[in-house]
Write a protein that binds this ligand. Structure first.
Ligand code: MG
Length: 392
């Protein structure tokens, strides 16, 4: 018998006042998702873990799971239902007997809750961990209390929701395009009986700001002062490329219509070069030329995205998080403003941060100097990165 955990981390919405999807928020120095994955990896009866991830969050997921090559990554779909089905299909080749479908935003699932679901699946096709409703429940009408609801038969549903793999896959396939809030609802529709198992009050879903505060208080109890000290590192970069005929003009990965491009060994994206140097500066990792020597033929005509991704990767490895990027492009022509949003979006995607954390400005030099004479383009960049304070 094999038991697989399928962790749903593809949701991107957040009711929290944060830029990150909630499953990537840090808790005691680890993303929420990592706490969740570890809970299943540490469980002796769980044979494997797969995580369904939004392709938009690939960098965040790698930062959370990079050192866990045995954890399967699966691309999510457009809805939760589609994401779960993608996960089930990915497991189908070497199908487990039982699958435990769990919300990534429930990092405090206990070993007992997991065991309870696995044990119940010996005699049932589906199992749902639940906690009783403790508050008295009222039905309201027009702002007035209408009556009291008997709470004895009411439960809060939690995850992991457990299923025999051979029953949930066809149920999910039959539910394509439908809107269900959880997998037990899909099972119910398919006539699959689910047994109630013991949930746990700590196994709550981080959804709101008070939930996040509660989660932070809980990890501080479990791991006193585990939240590592951090420090802010600032790096700056500067680059210049001269105009050259018969070259495309590429800035921040965006091709800009202009009568000339920039000369250079790579694609000569002066803005990405300055930004790459700024990012390398935050971790004292030298400059772009050390990592990608212009004498090396491998980088002839290379897209500068390669260089920027490398710098981001080094920051992730250093357990760093990009806080803010700020670029100033200096040229007389072309006009940057019409392309600003596309350029910001391009950099944000590559760096795995929201576009509002990428600031992009442009200026002329009042026709003075080489930029004023339209001989080339210069760019300055500043990167701010949050790093663990290993001295602290
Ligand atoms: Mg350069």
């Amino acid at each position: 018998m094999t038991n697989f955990a399928l962790i749903m981390a593809a949701g991107r919405g957040s009711r929290l006042p944060a830029d990150l999807p909630k499953q990537y928020l840090p808790l005691a120095g680890k993303p929420v998702l990592r706490h969740t994955v570890d809970a299943f990896l540490d469980h002796p009866e769980v044979d494997g873990v797969a995580v369904v991830i939004s392709p938009d969050d690939a960098m965040l997921a790698e930062a959370a799971l990079g050192d866990l090559p045995d954890v399967t990554r699966i691309a999510g779909g457009d809805s939760r239902q589609e994401s779960v089905l993608n996960g089930l299909h990915a497991l189908q080749g070497d199908a487990p007997d039982k699958v435990l479908i769990h919300d990534a935003a429930r990092p405090f699932v206990t070993a007992e809750v997991i065991s309870g679901v696995i044990t119940a699946l010996q005699d049932h096709d589906a199992a749902l961990p639940c906690v009783s409703v403790t508050d008295t429940l009222k039905r309201g009408k027009d702002g007035m209390v209408a009556d009291t609801v008997d709470r004895a038969s009411l439960f809060h549903a939690q995850t992991p929701q457990g299923f025999r793999f051979s029953t949930i896959l066809p149920a999910h396939q039959a539910a394509i395009g439908e809107n269900h809030t959880d997998d037990i609802a899909i099972a119910e529709q398919a006539g699959i009986q689910a047994v109630i198992t013991d949930g746990h009050p700590d196994n709550f879903k981080i959804t709101t700001a008070p939930d996040l505060l509660r989660a932070r208080q809980m990890v501080n109890v479990i791991h006193p002062s585990a939240e590592p000290a951090s420090r802010t590192a600032v790096g700056q970069g500067f680059d210049v490329h001269r105009f050259a005929p018969d070259r495309p003009l590429i800035l921040c990965g965006v091709t800009i219509p202009h009568e000339q491009g920039l000369a250079g060994h790579s694609d000569a994206d002066v803005a990405m070069h300055a930004l790459t140097d700024a990012l390398l500066g935050t971790i004292g990792a030298g400059d772009i030329g050390q990592h990608f020597p212009p004498t090396d033929d491998r980088w002839r005509g290379a897209p500068s995205e390669t260089f920027l991704r490398h710098a981001c990767d080094l920051i992730t490895r250093a357990a760093g998080r990009i806080s803010q990027l700020d670029l100033t492009i200096i040229c007389e022509r072309p006009k940057i403003a019409p392309h600003r949003a596309a350029m910001q979006s391009s950099l944000a995607t590559i760096c795995g941060i929201p576009a509002d954390r990428v600031s992009l400005k442009a200026t002329t030099t009042e026709k003075l100097g080489f930029t004023g004479r339209k001989e080339g383009i210069a760019c300055m960049a500043i990167a701010t990165v949050i790093l663990p304070d290993t001295d602290g």
